[in-house]
Design a protein around this ligand. Structure first.
Ligand SMILES: Cc1cc2nc3c(=O)[nH]c(=O)nc-3n(C[C@H](O)[C@H](O)[C@H](O)COP(=O)(O)OP(=O)(O)OC[C@H]3O[C@@H](n4cnc5c(N)ncnc54)[C@H](O)[C@@H]3O)c2cc1C
Length: 422
């Protein structure tokens, strides 16, 4: 892989070296396409993995993702998972969800599904370290850091002007530059978006009792509170939290000192893991639902958060993004092998057809959950609690739902599917 060098013509430009953009680049690389990846953050990515190792020695990163089995499969297929395993990752085997305002409770177990795990809690920087180490091995991928797109002109063959003055010809520009994607805005793609009315506080906490490799989620009146298990050498007492609540409550929680925050968290979590003994620095994120009206135009495609963002309550955001990357790679490689123009609208629509409907389904489910658990009407609460308890007892339906959420069933691109055992 070459870095920060001039290039005049490539097959495609991927804007954004986040988890989704780099997954796309590494999935496409074996096809031999000439790929340029642009990242606005400056820095030498060849040193990234080493610095993550040092950071992991020092502590946990509050930005984690619950990666599904489908994501694990994609990251394995591109070669990143093996590298990621040399860092700290936290498998979880149980999931416990309950209604804080009633008796509703549901438990998911890997054992019931005859699976080794339900998923892995992984620090985002670990996923990036794995992906960057693979990216660096591909000669046909160029990476430019500290660079943005300034202008895109032309129809079939696009002329892209970068902030460092480089001019590049390409037939396809992929927006992988996150929720506020400038590339998507430049392409004039309209978004449907609204505020969830939630802010999410994230941090790492130490609990009195071990987490039992369980992802815990309590639905409170204000929003869902998740404690996600982190692997540690001293008996599994660390969890990453995502506490989604009203903006006013989040502001009040952010203003508390560490001791008072631990007390408030313990109470909100019903002391299920005993006292909260310690909390790291907190960060807060406003949560918005966003969905691009369309993901593709002639010579343009959007993937990951650049195309859609959803509530983190089911931990699906980046998992959907990795499926976008896998599907787009599959579509483009097939077209490239047939000698088709990879920027042609008819080619890109094949990607959109599959992914847009899947992503909309998940967004609608998250919106439904959020509304259901916000509902104050006693009759709705009663029905919700009864429904949860009923579902908990209906093993086949429950297992079907969790298999879908884990990415073990449904409409999956080939590299997200497990190889069939002989
Ligand atoms: C509180 C919280 C908890 C979450 N938990 C989970 C979870 O458990 N599971 C899950 O699946 N998802 C989770 N998500 C969602 C997940 O974090 C996102 O879906 C994921 O980070 C999106 O990845 P991405 O690569 O599309 O975008 P990003 O991670 O935003 O990466 C975009 C990249 O593009 C770069 N960039 C931006 N603008 C430009 C530009 N103009 N030019 C060049 N480069 C640019 C950025 O620097 C960055 O490197 C959570 C989100 C939040 C807020």
């Amino acid at each position: 892989m070459k870095s920060n060098q001039q290039s005049s013509q490539v097959d495609l430009i991927i804007v954004g070296a986040g988890m989704v953009g780099v997954t796309l680049a590494t999935a496409l690389a074996p096809s031999g396409m000439r790929i340029l990846v642009l990242e606005q953050r400056a820095g030498d990515l060849s040193a990234f993995g080493m610095s993550v190792r040092d950071q992991q020695e020092a502590g946990f990163d509050p930005r984690v993702s619950a990666l599904t089995c489908a994501s694990q499969q994609i990251l394995t297929a591109v070669g990143a998972w093996e590298v990621m395993q040399s860092y700290r990752m936290s498998p979880y085997t149980e999931m416990d969800v309950w209604d804080g305002e009633g008796t509703g409770h549901i438990h998911f177990s890997a054992r019931e599904l005859h699976e080794p795990v339900l998923g892995h809690i992984v620090e985002n920087r670990v996923t990036l370290a794995g992906l960057y180490s693979v990216l660096l091995q591909h000669e046909n991928v160029q990476l430019m850091t500290g660079v943005e797109v300034k202008a895109v002109n032309g129809e079939a063959m696009k002329t892209v002007t970068l902030s460092n003055g480089t001019v590049v010809q390409t037939s396809l520009v992929v927006a992988a530059d996150g929720a506020l994607s400038k590339t998507r805005q430049m392409a004039g793609v309209p978004m449907l978006e609204w505020d969830y009315g939630h802010h999410a506080i994230v941090t790492t906490v130490k609990t009195e009792q071990p987490h039992l490799k369980t992802a815990w989620q309590r639905f409170t009146d204000d929003g869902p509170l998740a404690l996600l298990p982190l692997k540690s050498d001293d008996g599994d007492h660390y969890c990453s939290i995502v506490w989604s609540t009203s903006p006013a409550h989040a502001k009040a929680l952010m203003a508390l000192d560490s001791e008072a925050f631990c007390e408030a968290l313990g109470q909100a979590f019903e002391w299920r893991l005993g006292k909260i003994l310690h909390s790291d620095t907190r960060a807060v994120f406003p949560l918005r639902q966003r969905h691009a009206k369309y993901y593709v135009k002639s010579g343009f495609a959007a993937v990951g958060d650049a195309a859609h963002t959803i509530h983190p309550l089911a931990g699906q955001g980046v998992n959907l993004g990795l499926l976008d990357a896998a599907q787009l790679a599959e579509t483009l490689i097939a077209a490239y092998k047939r000698g088709e123009d990879i920027g042609a609208l008819r080619v890109l629509q094949r990607y959109q057809r599959v992914r847009q409907s899947e992503n909309i389904k998940m967004s609608a489910a998250m919106e439904g959950f959020k509304r259901l658990f916000n509902e104050q009407q006693p009759i709705v609460r009663l029905a919700r609690n009864m429904g949860m308890n009923l579902l908990d007892r209906m093993k086949p339906l429950k297992n079907h739902i969790v298999m879908d959420a884990m990415g073990l069933s449904g409409n999956l691109p080939e590299i997200a599917q497990r190889p069939i055992q002989e």
